[in-house]
Design a protein around this ligand. Structure first.
Ligand SMILES: Cc1cc2nc3c(=O)[nH]c(=O)nc-3n(C[C@H](O)[C@H](O)[C@H](O)COP(=O)(O)OP(=O)(O)OC[C@H]3O[C@@H](n4cnc5c(N)ncnc54)[C@H](O)[C@@H]3O)c2cc1C
Ligand SMILES: NC(=O)c1ccc[n+]([C@@H]2O[C@H](COP(=O)([O-])OP(=O)(O)OC[C@H]3O[C@@H](n4cnc5c(N)ncnc54)[C@H](O)[C@@H]3O)[C@@H](O)[C@H]2O)c1
Length: 491
């Protein structure tokens, strides 16, 4: 299935030529990279198109730098919570070192390492802005301004991600707000930071910049933080933020902004409350699809829309079996690990269809991204951490399931008492009463993220409660929470 031209150098040099590949992938975030690696490994000659840095948002302005900012305060807090260790951890964070470590985790915003990796797995890279011009055809505008036409024999995969979306408010341009990009890459700690939005980016970045010394005000327009989570998650995260010194204001909607002096502070008018004065303001108010200037109209789709996909990640509404999408652009589950999972599924489906093999797209089949609907894990890296998989009680009830929620105080198990003095946390499982399996679980507490994968296995594996009873957690670990939850359920 590969037919690389004999003279590869000449092929690269001609910027106006047409290259024919088996698979053309647009967007080199982790999902795009993974899809390209796997189709190439399946014997399908694959080219990857990227207009910016190979590695995408996650590597340079999202997961990696944000977690590099959040890990040092978490480590310090963990040491301070243990009698005997506390005395050795009375200093403060070395802010310059934290920022330098963050820079290193973002690879200094250089993609050489990922470019070498791509070459090592045999995937060709074309730098530039890609757009569809018709079925199976992509035109790339290179940084030099020339155009290159790429034709795909088997599939085109759109992996173009998402971008921060900022509300249109009076004074927005003058305020020069931060988006998640500045919040993860800024080199200076602002004296005062206002954060708008009580979702995941809002709470994580409020925690990070507070730990680095900023005076932070978090403004959430709803009644609680993390609105799509079990209510206790937002409550305990808000409590942790407040304990660290963040001023958390719920029911606070920003109506306008002003920064009259370019070098001076920004003023945020808040409906029904006091104005907030800050040196920087971060808008953490969600994402929009990375589908503008992608030529969607050339194949009958609407630019700017999220891409609707079937379980094999094929884009709905486009005839033929050739257009796929994975990652944020599908709006299925905007997380790196889910995007990479979709890439594994889509690459297998593309290879199966290319080889005329059967496609196994039933629930939990080899070519179906079923976990996107049933078992998406996520960890919010605040202190306490919040970790969840599957449905909340409210979501399960709304889906028409007959369910029961079982709650337990995470701080009461021996492993948690040893982990931190005065450990505060809570756990909930949501049990489908008709099938006697877990459909959701949430853990909130320091280090709770590491409890999550067991729950993901239970939910994705639909492990019967009767069998989970035989999965004995080690003593004295925090995983003993499983025993307490199951005892409570069984009565
Ligand atoms: C602050 C923050 C923290 C996060 N933390 C986590 C976390 O801890 N864990 C987690 O799982 N997820 C996290 N996420 C989410 C995660 O970053 C995304 O789910 C992930 O980056 C999605 O990958 P993607 O490839 O779909 O999109 P992106 O990473 O956005 O990559 C898309 C790529 O496509 C390129 N591109 C777009 N259009 C074109 C075009 N027309 N031609 C050529 N190239 C194009 C872009 O330049 C980009 O490189 C976080 C997000 C944010 C904002
Ligand atoms: N640790 C992680 O897994 C992690 C970390 C960061 C981001 N992410 C992912 O990145 C994506 C983006 O995160 P996000 O926090 O930007 O989006 P989000 O959708 O999680 O939260 C945005 C919040 O902003 C609020 N909002 C929207 N418009 C507003 C307005 N005009 N004024 C005030 N509030 C407004 C929304 O009600 C919502 O609560 C999410 O899908 C998230 O899962 C994951």
């Amino acid at each position: 299935m590969t037919d690389r031209p004999a003279d590869t150098d000449a092929y690269h040099a001609d910027a106006t030529d047409t290259g024919t590949f088996d698979v053309v992938v647009i967007g080199a975030g982790p999902p795009g990279e993974n899809l390209a690696e796997r189709t190439q490994a399946a014997g399908l000659r694959t080219v990857l198109v990227e207009r910016a840095l190979v590695g995408g948002e996650c590597s340079y302005w999202a997961c990696m730098p944000s977690k590099a900012l959040l890990r040092p305060p978490a480590a310090l807090a963990a040491a301070r919570a243990v009698p005997g260790a506390r005395a050795a951890a009375h200093g403060s964070l070395a802010v310059d070192e934290v920022l330098a470590s963050r820079n290193a985790f973002a690879s200094g915003w250089q993609d050489d390492g990922q470019v070498s990796w791509l070459a090592s797995v045999g995937v060709e890279l074309v730098r530039g802005q890609g757009r569809l011009t018709g079925p199976r055809t992509v035109v790339v505008t290179t940084p030099e301004g020339s155009e290159r036409r790429l034709v795909a024999r088997q599939a085109v995969a759109l992996c173009t991600g998402s971008r921060a979306t900022l509300p249109e408010l009076p004074g927005m341009a003058e305020a020069r707000p931060w988006s998640s990009r500045e919040a993860t890459s800024a080199g200076q700690v602002p004296d005062r930071l206002a954060v708008v939005g009580g979702g995941v980016v809002g709470v994580e970045m409020a925690a990070a910049w507070r730990a680095l010394g900023a005076r932070v005000t978090l403004l959430a327009r709803g009644p609680r933080l993390l609105p799509r989570w079990e209510p206790f998650a937002g409550e305990l995260v808000a409590e942790g933020l407040a304990r660290s010194g963040v001023e958390v204001r719920t029911g606070a909607s920003v109506s306008a902004l002003r920064r009259p002096d370019e070098a001076g502070p920004v003023v945020l008018d808040v409906s029904g409350g006091n104005a907030v004065i800050a040196d920087e303001v971060l808008f953490a108010t969600g994402r929009r699809a990375g589908t503008e200037n992608l030529g969607l109209d050339a194949v009958g789709l609407t630019p700017g829309d999220w891409l609707d996909t079937d379980e094999t990640l094929r884009v709905r509404g486009v005839p033929g079996d050739w257009l796929y999408a994975v990652g944020d652009v599908t709006h299925r589950a905007m997380l790196t690990h889910q995007g990479k999972y979709q890439a594994r599924i889509a690459a297998a489906a593309i290879a199966a269809r290319a080889g005329g093999a059967p496609v196994d797209d039933g629930p939990w089949g080899r070519h179906a991204a079923t976990a996107d609907q049933r078992a998406v894990p996520q960890v919010v890296f605040t202190d306490p951490e919040a970790a969840s998989v599957g449905s909340t009680l409210e979501q399960a009830e709304a889906a028409g399931l007959r369910v029961r929620a079982v709650d337990y105080d995470l701080g009461s198990v021996a492993g948690a008492l040893l982990y931190a003095e005065g450990y505060r946390g809570r756990a909930r499982i949501v049990v489908d009463l008709d099938r006697e399996v877990l459909v959701g679980a949430t853990f909130v507490g320091s280090g709770a993220g590491e409890l999550l994968h067991a729950a993901t296995v239970a939910v994705a594996g639909e492990v019967p409660i009767a069998r989970l009873w035989h999965a004995v957690p080690s003593f004295p670990t925090m995983s003993e929470i499983w025993l307490r939850l199951l005892e409570t359920y069984r009565g």
